[in-house]
Structures are given as structure tokens and as C-alpha cells.
Design a protein around this ligand. Structure first.
Ligand SMILES: Nc1ncnc2c1ncn2[C@@H]1O[C@H](COP(=O)(O)OP(=O)(O)O)[C@@H](O)[C@H]1O
Ligand SMILES: [Mg+2]
Length: 469
């Protein structure tokens, strides 16, 4: 973190100091929201939390060396008292950004692929200079400022993942760390229930291009008409990416290797270079193109981008994570999250990866889809039928429409299996899987189907005992 004194943090947040012996004491970081992560020099932000209140952990945080607590009320030790701790966290992050004039900030948003694109981009940009990128999906009103607070005086690039569950969210995140480069990947069904319509989702994602400065760059997916239309909402220069011929950064000839990983010819800036991704699923081509466009704006030569993309790995877990077992079974753990678009993409990848073999899918409920949920589940069932599966194992009552949709599809030829829970899903899969089979496991995060995948790969002995993250 860029060090700030307690007094400077109070000035940035409007906090009242309580029981602070020395306002000139420097917070050198990390800023933490878990008291167990506090170290000498830390600031402990006491968030209300869903299960437990952070204020209850002020004492252990201070004992571990935290200089002060950012709190909504006195905590019996040095504290900066603010009306809203989360808002104050954003203001501290902004104060840090204001002390980093040479930092280039990149924002990435979209309904699917944010984390993957952030990870690909970070792997390219790290070769250009010191880079901070969030771990996993630190993309909301808490994870975003915590990521920003990781920058030091040496950091040159900040790659941020920006998520929206409603209008105004991305505008708020951009106010904390104003990006000069912003990429929008796609507009799809994630959180459709909260937004109400794809148009509302597009309006929310469009807040990123709208927040860019005139000397910035908006990187927009030319293959998604709702995204490319966002060109009208930005004063920044627009760079498009996609498969369409007109895009500035494009992929031509997209063959799959024998393992089901896409390769392509990267064409941009009048040059071309071959890329072979290490990621599974053709949908990642779009994410790689966005990363390529960002890297080029930051000065990376096209040949280096192609080499970097070809070497980049999936950094965040349970996203198309492929394990080949000694038994000859291939497990695709894509259970980090699911929405209709990402399930369709994963099923298409499964179809490519199981060519000449038997493909199975273990699918669970896709949450937060609102009133169209049943229809969207049935449509995913139809996509499962189109993937030519040997078997479809559907987990849990709310996911049952997937099975109905699959069986209703004229092309359906596989075995439909309904199971009530994770344990039964593990047994059903184990009973069926044989040498050479490929099985995809996918559902929304809260369903916890990664436990099925981990049981199958032997990372955990059964379907019950994996701690949720
Ligand atoms: N362009 C895309 N289209 C459809 N699904 C995608 C795309 N990119 C990634 N996915 C899938 O969406 C899920 C989430 O990917 P992730 O990179 O974590 O995105 P996000 O951070 O936006 O949730 C994974 O199952 C991944 O395979
Ligand atoms: Mg994410």
C-alpha cells in the first residue's frame, strides 16, 4: 500500500478520531477486513458482515499490530469513526489513487469472462511493469477498494474487475479508481433477475465506457451488438475486438487442439501472430482478444502478446479446470459459477472435448435469473441435448427444468438422471463414468457443485466435506 497517516485517512474519509494516541502514525498496510490478516502497520476495517460483525474483532486486530480500526462506533482502542465503513474504504482507496499519478488503471466488465480476462491481462501486463490485479473475483464495493489499496509507489498498472448487480455500481467503482482503459466483454444473463432485462444489464455495463476520459480507450466486443453500441456512451477512443472482419483486434481461423483448447490467428495493427490458448472452450477466444487489445494499448508488441497469451494459464480455480484422472476419465470443473450463457459455452466446450468419446454433464441450479428462470433452465437443457451427451445428471429440484428441456429436445439421446443433492450426484457420476469419458460439472456458486468435481478428482474423498470459499 502507499502509506497514509491516520490524519490523512481521517481527512480523506471525514472520520472522527477516537482514542488515537498519535495521528501522525503511518498506516503502511495491508488494509484488512479479516482481523486474522492484520499485521503491524495494518488498518482493520470493521464491516458489518452477514454472519458476524467486524466490530467484535477490533481487539484481536489491534493486538496483531493494526494501527487503528475503521469503525462505525468506538471499539475500545484507536479508531477512525465514520458513518459507513464500506464507503470510507472506497474513499481511502481513492486517496491512494490520487497519490499514484503514474499509475495506469484498466477496468474490465461484462456478464461473463471478467475474471478470466483479468487473469489473462495480468499475465501479459506483468511483463511490462509492476502490476496489481485482484485475486479471484475481488470485483465489488469491498473487493475493489481492497485491491486498489494493494498498490505501492512502484506499481505501474492496476487491472480491476468491475461487477454490477445494479445501475450505478460500476460508476461508483470507477470513481474509486478511474480507469483510462475499459473493456466490456459481453452482455448476458448473469444477475438478470436483479436487473430485469438485458437492456438494463447493458445500461449498467455501459457505465464503464461512459466513465472513461477523452484520452482513454474503450475496448468493446464487436460481436455483441449491445456492447458495440456502447461506443455512443464514451468520449474515449474506441477499439473493437471480435471474430467479425471489421473488428480492430480479431481472431481468424479458430481451430481446437486435440484437447479442446482453441487456437487462433491474432490479427491486429496490420500484423498477425499465432496463438494457442491453454484454456478450454472457444468462448475464451473473446476474453483473449480483449486482453490482447488492452496489452497493445499499453505498448506491448503483437508478437509478444501472442506468445504471452499462448503461455497464460487459468489462475482462478474452478473455471473450466480440466483434470485427467488415471482412470481415463476427464473432469471439467466449471463449478465456480453459472448462468445460461456460461453453461451454453461450457456445453459447447464439452461437445468439442468429448468428440469420439462419451460426454456427461452434472448440472445444477442457475440462481438470480428472475421470472424467466424456468424457461432459461429448459433452454440450457436443449443445449445439453445439442451437445450430444451420453448422460445428463441434474442436481436439485430447482434445476429440474434442465432435464425437462433436454428430454423435450428432438436430438436428445442420452440418459436423463435426476438426483436430489451433491452426494447422490457423486454416486450417480461414479456409477456411470468409464475410461475415456469426459464429464462437465457446473452450477451457480451457492449450489456448491465443485464438491462433485473435487470428489471425482479425488481432491476430497466424498461429496460432503469440502469447505466453501
Ligand atoms: N465469453 C464468455 N461467454 C460465456 N461464458 C464465459 C465467457 N467467458 C467465460 N465464461 C464462463 O463463465 C464462467 C465465469 O467465468 P469468469 O471468467 O469467472 O467470469 P466472471 O468473472 O465474469 O464471472 C466460467 O464458467 C467461464 O468458463
Ligand atoms: Mg469474476
Amino acid at each position: 500500500m502507499i502509506p497514509l497517516s491516520v490524519a490523512e485517512i481521517a481527512a480523506a474519509t471525514g472520520a472522527r478520531l477516537d482514542a488515537v494516541p498519535d495521528a501522525s502514525a503511518l498506516i503502511t498496510g495491508p488494509v484488512v477486513i479479516d482481523s486474522r490478516a492484520a499485521r503491524p502497520g495494518s488498518l482493520f476495517a470493521a464491516l458489518p458482515g452477514t454472519r458476524t460483525n467486524g466490530h467484535a474483532f477490533a481487539a484481536p486486530a489491534l493486538a496483531a499490530g493494526a494501527i487503528a480500526v475503521l469503525a462505525a462506533r468506538p471499539v475500545g482502542g484507536p479508531a477512525l469513526i465514520v458513518p459507513d465503513v464500506q464507503t470510507a474504504l472506497g474513499k481511502i482507496a481513492r486517496a491512494v489513487i490520487d497519490r499514484a499519478p503514474d499509475l495506469t488503471i484498466v477496468g474490465i466488465t461484462g456478464s461473463a469472462g471478467k475474471t478470466t480476462t483479468k487473469d489473462l491481462t495480468a499475465q501479459l501486463i506483468e511483463t511490462l511493469g509492476p502490476t496489481v490485479a485482484p485475486p479471484e473475483s475481488f470485483n465489488n464495493e469491498i473487493g475493489h477498494p481492497l485491491t486498489v489499496l494493494k498498490i505501492t509507489g512502484q506499481t505501474r498498472y492496476l487491472i480491476s474487475e468491475l461487477a454490477a448487480r445494479g445501475l450505478g455500481h460500476i460508476t461508483d467503482l470507477c470513481a474509486i479508481a478511474p480507469p483510462r482503459i475499459g473493456a466490456v466483454l459481453c452482455v448476458g444473463h448473469a444477475h438478470a433477475g436483479e436487473f430485469g432485462s438485458l437492456a438494463a444489464i447493458a445500461a449498467a455495463k455501459g457505465e464503464l465506457p461512459a466513465a472513461l476520459p477523452a484520452d482513454g480507450v474503450a475496448i468493446l466486443n464487436a460481436d455483441d451488438h449491445r456492447v458495440v453500441a456502447m461506443a455512443a456512451r464514451t468520449s474515449a477512443r474506441v477499439v473493437t475486438f471480435g471474430r467479425t472482419k471489421e473488428s480492430d483486434v480479431r481472431a481468424e481461423h479458430v481451430p481446437m487442439d486435440t484437447l479442446g483448447r482453441p487456437g487462433f490467428r491474432l490479427v491486429m495493427r496490420g500484423e498477425a501472430a499465432p496463438v494457442q490458448l491453454q484454456l478450454y472452450g472457444e468462448h475464451h477466444v473473446q476474453n483473449a482478444l480483449a486482453a490482447a487489445a488492452i496489452a497493445a494499448e499499453l505498448g506491448m508488441p503483437v508478437a509478444d502478446i501472442a506468445t504471452g497469451l499462448s503461455a497464460a494459464v487459468a489462475r482462478s480455480r474452478w473455471r473450466m479446470e480440466v483434470t485427467r484422472l488415471p482412470s481415463g476419465v476427464t473432469v471439467i470443473n466449471d463449478a465456480y459459477n453459472a448462468n445460461p450463457d456460461s453453461v451454453r459455452a461450457a456445453l459447447a466446450a464439452l461437445a468439442a472435448m468429448s468428440r469420439g468419446r462419451r460426454g456427461f454433464a452434472v448440472l445444477g441450479h442457475m440462481t438470480e435469473l428472475g421470472e424467466d428462470a424456468e424457461r432459461l433452465h429448459e433452454e440450457v437443457g436443449a443445449a445439453a441435448a445439442a451437445a450430444g451427451l451420453a448422460g445428463l445428471i441434474v442436481v436439485g429440484e430447482e434445476a429440474a427444468p434442465i432435464l425437462i428441456g433436454a428430454k423435450a429436445a428432438p436430438s436428445w439421446q442420452g440418459e436423463p438422471v435426476y438426483v436430489p443433492d451433491v452426494g447422490a450426484a457423486v454416486r450417480a457420476a461414479r456409477d456411470r463414468l468409464r475410461d475415456g469419458d469426459v464429464v462437465l460439472v457446473k452450477a451457480s456458486h451457492s449450489i456448491g457443485l465443485e464438491r462433485v468435481a473435487l470428489a471425482l478428482t479425488g481432491e476430497q474423498p466424498n461429496g460432503h466435506e469440502v469447505p466453501r470459499s
